[in-house]
Ligand binder design. Sequence first.
Ligand SMILES: Nc1ncnc2c1ncn2[C@@H]1O[C@H](COP(=O)(O)OP(=O)(O)OP(=O)(O)O)[C@@H](O)[C@H]1O
Ligand SMILES: [Mg+2]
Length: 287
Amino acid sequence: MSLSTRISSLSDVSPAKIITVCGKGGVGKTTLTALLVDELSRSHYQGRLLVVDGDPAMTLHLVLGQEPPSKTIADVRDETSLSAKVIRRLPAGVSPEQYVADRLKSQQVLTTTRQRAMPFDLLAMGWGEGRPGCYCAINNVLGHLLTQLLSRYDLILVDCEAGLEHLSRFRLTRSDLFVTLTDGSRAARQVADRALQVAQSVGMTIGAVARVEQLRPGDAAQPEPDVIPLPFDAELQQLTAWGDITALPANNPVRTAVKLLVLKSLQLGGHDPAERIRAALAPVQGG
Ligand SMILES: Nc1ncnc2c1ncn2[C@@H]1O[C@H](COP(=O)(O)OP(=O)(O)OP(=O)(O)O)[C@@H](O)[C@H]1O
Ligand SMILES: [Mg+2]
């Protein structure tokens, strides 16, 4: 069975899996997330997919060749007051939560789109810090609504900003596959380790960790055995700057590496977390 067939046949795995891509600034998180989405689409993934742009800089849609999201979660947070006065004036039977849910819908925060033929939803978190003032009430309601939203999907991919504090505020409490991306430098490894620590310290449950290393130009693919190497590719670099990654040829070596990561992501499912971590860390060879 081809790798693509194996990926698509895993599309009805349950329960929902959350995959977070974290790492130092500029190391390639957005490119990797976009390639994960594109590989899923090339494999005719059938599950309900949510892609979250967790980076305030919001470049994921560009790399995917998608339209920009019209509004972000942070926009709605900033533009929605939940003061006592607003709550008192809500129509009878409309709870503050329903009110915020309606606003998210009317503002089209969730965009349904397609990558190739694959439908998926795109959600942008926006800027973490709002205007000065108290955001507790609205953040609580948004956190609750986002938790409900996540349960509607089979697979959730999150392109994180380097720090995770912003996502934790929106109650991303679980990552089934915590992908840390480095470029092999000490600084990038330190940031990856710290991201994992921050995730755990804010109460995120980590199912498994996959360490991915972005190779530099001319590097042979020989990182540590538990690390997935991502080849440097000049064509991919050009496409992310001036086009989008859909034009990357099917036989590009970066695609092959990402495809294996997709397969590993969807295969995670053992009950023993240690076993799942070992599975995620196992060297990727041949598929
Ligand atoms: N496999 C690759 N080969 C060559 N260049 C790559 C590769 N992956 C990413 N790049 C390049 O690295 C640069 C940074 O990539 P990207 O924007 O994905 O990083 P990031 O970690 O999301 O950055 P930020 O922290 O700013 O969000 C881009 O110019 C991109 O083209
Ligand atoms: Mg990015």
